[in-house]
Design a protein around this ligand. Structure first.
Ligand code: FES
Length: 619
């Protein structure tokens, strides 16, 4: 004892020695299921020595034995100076830590990869699975009793949840929140629906260089995620529906004090989770995911969210493969679009928040929800809602203009639909029907104009001699998961300039790629199998083939006989065709090679097969 006298008071010395006598009894093996610092020990062959080493190193950071004896809350910090959607994370970290510490826990932050849509080449989706691996492995590697996953930009929250489910430590999400809208010439604008609308106007020549340059200054006027119902906002709403975030935490603006209070409260919840050890594989049930799909339909959410949800489901050991893509249709058939936000409607996330956000929406959706699904509070969704009443504003004859009642929806049902029939996409394809500008295109047939790659499209789309009319069906091949690694958001095929100049704003467009959730139009995406697959029908469609879709029937096809399709596939094989890409991926080095060899198709989530619950090879 005298040897320790220089370290503190007698009382502190006594406390320390009792602690060490209890924790360093060399005759008692360290339980592998321990909590706190004793879990996930680095392997030195002697667990007690590993703990001894861990403690001496963490003390270099100034922690006391008292602090280290508290529940340890890992806080995933995805701040990056290249990520404006995460610009408020430093402030949020302070608030999160305050919440953890006020509740008796110890918050320890650690970094993972951060992804922003415009700073992730070739596309953020290419890196989503890498981020999920980073998240999973760092949760598994470090001594955390619960984890707060701070994210926001499109691919970050799905990556974190994919990793979080696989790691299966208690998790709670905290999103950075939406940005504020900007303004131009008296009109509100915001990323990114208005980015695309105004770029289309610039291409069509209806606004000039001064307009587009001034708009560029105002479209993202604050930090935070895109301010419409794009992928980031959609995933934030789905995290609430899944029970992984508090009810009121999806919509508060990134720059608001409410966002910081949510962060503080998230810290409090995390300490409770560390004690209850409610883990995502237990919390998330089939009902949780059905609730998420119901909300997805009611908000007119991003098509990207369907890919992410499939990946997330397929990470869950008991739910993987049990909730097929067609569930989007069956739920959509009875779920109307209620939220009037761009790109399906007219408003911004700040309006949704002011109208009551997810609390108000979930109250309205109660008859369609599985209220017995559990949430991070440890209670059921129904119990959470009962404790969070929402009183509609006495506005517009008691009608909420942003969140419509079930009796007066913005769109009657199936804002998102999945094509399950027809010969063009036997593995499935998706469309945000509510974002279609010309509703007659939802049942349409027309001659195909086929572009074989984004480069081919760029070189010919505005060619005055392109034989295109407003009835043509524009098809873009080879932007799928393997053919164009990362499955880029290139599915928003622009309207050919010669048609745009005559006021054409929408055409039926089809690809095996994705599209930003902030974009609109009659655009069919995620066609599977993708064109690069030697068995793909999309890959052998040609100019002039009559292509048709019928949204009501879920049919997407090409009027090409089965015999002719097989003949074309054979011809493509003999030419080498895409077999080059399909075969050549075996010899590609690094992460790109891993991605190309392991990624599965969109209807399975474009995850790596070996990361799914089905294990190596996936499905
Ligand atoms: Fe991050 Fe849109 S770019 S949410």
């Amino acid at each position: 004892m005298p040897k320790l006298s220089a370290l503190g008071s007698q009382e502190e010395e006594h406390h320390r020695l009792v602690f060490w006598a209890t924790h360093y009894d060399l005759s008692t093996p360290i339980d592998p299921s321990s909590t706190g610092l004793k879990q996930n020990l680095t392997s030195y062959g002697d667990a007690h020595f590993s703990l001894f080493m861990r403690k001496l190193f963490i003390k270099a950071l100034g922690y006391s034995e008292d602090a280290l004896s508290r529940p340890i809350i890992g806080v995933v910090n995805t701040y990056s100076a290249f990520n404006p959607c995460h610009a408020n994370i430093p402030q949020m970290l302070d608030a999160v830590k305050r919440g953890v510490q006020l509740s008796g826990g110890l918050a320890i932050e650690f970094p993972t990869i951060s992804l922003h849509e415009s700073f992730a080449s070739p596309t953020s989706m290419y890196l989503r699975n890498l981020m999920s691996m980073d998240t999973e492995e760092m949760i598994m590697a470090q001594p955390v009793d619960a984890v707060i996953l701070i994210g926001g930009c499109d691919k970050t929250t799905p990556a974190q949840l994919m990793g979080g489910i696989s790691a299966n430590k208690p998790i709670i999400h905290l999103v950075t929140g939406p940005m504020m809208p900007g303004s131009y010439q008296g009109f509100r604008i915001g990323a990114c629906t208005d980015c695309r609308n105004n770029w289309a106007k610039f291409r069509a020549g209806t606004i000039d260089i001064e307009d587009i340059s001034a708009l560029n200054e105002e479209l993202a006027p604050t930090g935070g995620t895109c301010g419409v119902m794009g992928t980031a906002s959609t995933m934030a709403c789905l995290l609430v529906a899944l029970g992984l975030m508090p009810l009121d935490s999806a919509t508060a603006p990134a720059v608001s004090s409410a966002r910081l209070r949510i962060a503080e409260r998230t810290g409090t919840y995390a300490v409770t989770l560390a004690k209850t050890q409610l883990r995502p594989q237990t919390l998330l049930t089939r009902d949780s995911f059905l609730n998420a799909i119901t909300v997805l339909q009611a908000i007119g959410g991003s098509t990207n969210a369907i890919v992410h949800l499939m990946a997330i489901i397929n990470r869950h050991p008991t739910l993987a493969g049990t909730i097929p893509l067609s569930t989007v249709n069956s739920i959509g058939a009875t779920t109307p679009l209620l939220v009037d936000l761009k790109p399906s409607g007219d408003n911004y996330m700040t309006d949704f928040h002011a109208a009551g956000g997810m609390v108000a929406l979930l109250h309205e959706l109660k008859p369609l929800l599985h209220l017995s699904a559990r949430t991070i509070t440890g209670k059921t969704l129904g119990e959470d809602l009962a404790q969070t009443p929402f009183r509609p504003l006495p506005f517009n004859n008691n009608r909420n203009p942003i969140i419509r009642p079930l009796t007066s929806p913005l769109y009657p049902h199936s804002s998102l639909i999945v094509f399950t029939k027809g010969n063009l996409a036997p593995g499935g394809a998706v469309l945000k029907a509510s974002a279609s500008k010309y509703r007659h295109l939802l049942q349409h047939r027309g001659p195909a104009i086929v572009f074989t790659s984004p480069a081919d499209m760029a070189s010919r789309i505005d060619d005055p001699s392109l034989p295109v009319t407003a009835d043509s069906v524009l098809i873009l091949q080879h932007i799928g998961p393997v053919g164009n690694p990362g499955m880029p958001e290139a599915g928003l095929i622009p309207i050919p300039r010669k048609l745009a100049a005559h006021g054409v704003e929408d055409m039926l467009r089809i690809s095996d790629g994705r599209m930003s959730g902030t974009a609109g139009g009659t655009i069919i995406l995620h066609v599977s199998p993708e064109a690069a697959d030697p068995e793909s029908v999309l890959g052998v469609v040609r100019d002039g083939d009559v292509v048709f879709c019928d949204v009501a029937q879920g049919v997407l096809g090409a009027e090409v006989s089965g015999v002719e399709i097989e003949r074309r596939k054979e011809e493509r094989r003999e030419r080498g065709g895409t077999r080059g890409v399909w075969e050549a991926r075996k010899g590609v080095r690094g992460y790109r090679g891993l991605y190309m060899r392991e990624v599965n198709q969109a209807e399975m989530g474009a995850d790596f097969g070996f990361l799914t619950a089905a294990g190596p090879g996936g499905w």
